[in-house]
Write a new protein. Structure first.
Length: 317
């Protein structure tokens, strides 16, 4: 069926402390109300399982569990944990979901917006045990147990997974041309009305206002951005972002303003953007090149923004 014969729809909703958006083209036989309900159910399911802001979530049950007690996992949470652990190992701990304690201590978590000075002093400049050393995950039987004290935070991967779940809903309804987005994570299938790839604006990493720095074409793939300009605290003359570095026991401190990554799934794009943010300009750039990533680093240098692009997607930004 030609896309010109399909009707354009845009659906928005609230979830995970932000908003999701579904932009798609569908035929008359598609039940839009049912599709809308299914999209919300998909992202809400992720929220109910993986939120640190819901005390009853599956994730928080893991965080509050006693040591050496096996807990059953739902398939979605097991899939995300498995992906997170694999990326943690590949990145030698740069990506670590076990930074929940740091997130809370610095006032970015659900426990409060104030800096916990005593906990910060205890952790700062001390390498933290990473989640892969604190948990045993059994993917085959979908269960997990904590072997050392650790608090998991999935904010660097769960939203990307939620976007992938939205794409899964589109496909189950027979929708072939769609763009799903949640915060800074997006995934596209098919094309827009003009038959071209979806045009995606990348946000300029500006502390004061929201503006675009450029546009890319997203072709049956996902893009995610991690940056220092959305959530931060002022400490002296420094702005410290919500991204945590387990090796330093505190917020990431480097010259990266944002990192955007293209991947086949939004979960992977989300996690790798966070990973490269933590790695920093030199190590992150070397890693991106070595793994043939389509990546855009935007750097803060002498009060100016500079760009370093790898791969063919970001070359025209």
């Amino acid at each position: 069926m030609s896309i010109n014969s399909l009707k354009h729809h845009i659906i928005n909703g609230e979830t995970m402390g932000t908003r999701y958006c579904a932009n798609f083209y569908a035929g008359e036989k598609v039940d839009i109300n049912a599709l809308n309900d299914a999209l919300f159910a998909a992202v809400d399911n992720v929220d109910q399982q993986m939120s640190t802001w819901k005390p009853e979530s599956d994730l928080m049950k893991i965080n509050s569990a006693k040591l050496n007690v096996w807990l059953p996992l739902k398939p979605e949470l097991c899939q995300v944990l498995d992906c997170a652990f694999q990326i943690s190992k590949t990145s030698q701990g740069a990506f670590d979901i076990g930074v929940g304690g740091l997130v809370n201590a610095w006032g970015f978590g659900a426990t409060g917006r104030e800096l916990d000075v005593d906990r910060v002093k205890q952790q700062l400049n001390k390498s933290q045990p990473i989640a892969t050393d604190c948990f045993e995950l059994n993917v085959e039987y979908q269960k997990i147990r904590k072997t050392r004290p650790c608090i998991i935070d999935l904010s660097g991967i769960a939203k990307g997974f939620a976007v992938d779940q939205m794409i899964g809903v589109f496909k189950s309804f027979g929708v072939e041309n769609a763009l799903a987005s949640l915060d800074g994570e997006l995934c596209a299938i098919g094309v827009e009305a003009d038959g071209r790839s979806w045009n995606i604006a990348l946000e300029k990493p500006d502390y004061e206002k929201r503006d675009a720095i450029g546009v890319i074409a997203l072709d049956n793939s996902a893009v995610a951005t991690s940056g220092d300009y959305r959530h931060w605290i002022d400490v002296g003359d420094k702005k410290l972002s919500h991204s945590m570095n387990p090796k330093s026991g505190g917020p990431v401190q480097n010259n990266i303003a944002s990192v955007s990554v293209i991947a086949q799934s939004c979960m992977l794009a989300d996690a790798w953007a966070t990973t490269l943010m933590v790695m920093g300009e030199v190590n992150g750039s070397e890693f991106a090149k070595a793994h043939d990533m389509n990546t855009l680093f935007i750097l803060r240098k002498h009060d100016e923004l500079m760009q370093k692009a790898y791969g063919d997607v970001f070359t025209d930004i």
